[in-house]
Design a protein around this ligand. Structure first.
Ligand code: AMP
Length: 302
């Protein structure tokens, strides 16, 4: 069945309730099953790529997709090529039954749980790389990470062929790189960036938060506190990028369990570090608590 491109928001609720009556959520593994099922869904089709172990941050993307699209596809795939050799690929938390239950409750149409061997067949040697943007920040700390991300995102887009794809501001650099990717490769998908969802104490939701021990969990909101302190300084006239970075570093240094990896105040388009007076900037950081590495960010002046 095909619904024309003239589909608009007004008809979303109607269509959703109609689809709810006739369609159950479908889960597929192979690319051929995905393509077969995908063909039945009305446009616009929204894709929410995830690595699973879903929380309210992921679900906010699903809800946004539900609002803006006639059909919602969620992929769950812990992508090995975006993890470094010393990183947590093997230990990354997984709970497919719980994920499926949550996605069902959120009215998702199609869940794709790809098999690693199909996405990375023997002899695999083709990569998608976004050059300069991938070298900064997370790319500097995690060599090869973004090549893994941009390769898998391209493969997900090729397979699902979504009209829109939903990403979280939580991974700010990833959103900037994925936007560059679709522009440079002329991939016909609109990238929608959704706000960071936080715990009540300000800690950005993340699948990796489960690694934190109770003391680290209590300490972790220092990331958001540091960003908010710098943001209010900016609002009160402190517009020097170096000073703003310093404010973030000082706040984090006040927390003994936190070990800063980097603090950045960068141009939100190019990701180049800023210095001197600024009108806007992306304040971001990576901080370790024991073995757990957390990231967070805030856009100031935008
Ligand atoms: P992941 O499963 O960690 O790869 O995340 C899948 C998507 O969910 C990415 O686009 C993330 O940016 C997004 N996401 C993760 N955590 C949050 C959060 N706390 N708020 C909003 N989006 C998030």
């Amino acid at each position: 069945m095909v619904v024309g491109k003239s589909f608009n928001k007004g008809s979303t609720a109607q269509l959703n309730s109609w689809m709810g009556k006739i369609k159950e959520m479908i889960t597929v593994k192979s690319i051929s099953d995905l393509r077969h099922s995908r063909a039945d869904y009305p446009s616009p089709v929204g894709l929410v790529p995830t690595m699973g172990f879903l929380h309210d941050g992921h679900l906010s993307l699903v809800e946004r997709a539900r609002e803006e699209c006639a059909s919602v596809v969620v992929s769950i795939f812990v992508n090995p090529t975006q993890f470094g050799p010393q990183e947590d690929y093997g230990a990354y938390p997984r709970d497919i039954p719980q994920d499926l239950e949550q996605l069902k409750q959120h009215g998702v149409d199609l869940v794709w749980i790809p098999e690693t061997e199909q996405l990375y067949p023997p002899g695999f040697q083709t990569w998608v790389k976004v050059d300069e943007l991938s070298h900064h920040l997370e790319g500097e700390m995690r060599p090869g990470h973004f090549q893994g991300v941009t390769t898998i995102v391209t493969k997900l887009f090729n397979a699902v062929q979504p009209d829109k794809a939903f990403f979280g501001q939580k991974d700010a650099q990833q959103t900037i790189i994925v936007k560059r990717l679709v522009k440079d490769l002329n991939i016909p998908v609109e990238i929608v960036v959704c706000p960071i969802i936080r715990e009540i104490d300000g800690l950005a939701m993340s699948s990796r938060n489960v690694y934190l021990d109770p003391d680290e969990r209590l300490a972790a909101p220092v990331l958001f506190r540091a960003l908010k302190t710098a943001e209010s300084a900016f609002q009160n006239g402190v517009d020097d990028a170096d000073r703003l970075r310093e404010i973030v570093v000082d706040t984090i240094n006040g927390e003994p369990l936190a070990a800063t990896q980097y603090v950045s105040c960068a141009n939100p388009d190019t990701l180049e570090e800023l210095s001197g007076p600024i009108q806007q900037g992306l304040l971001s950081m990576a901080v370790k608590f024991g073995k757990t590495r957390l990231i967070d960010n805030i856009l100031i002046g935008k």
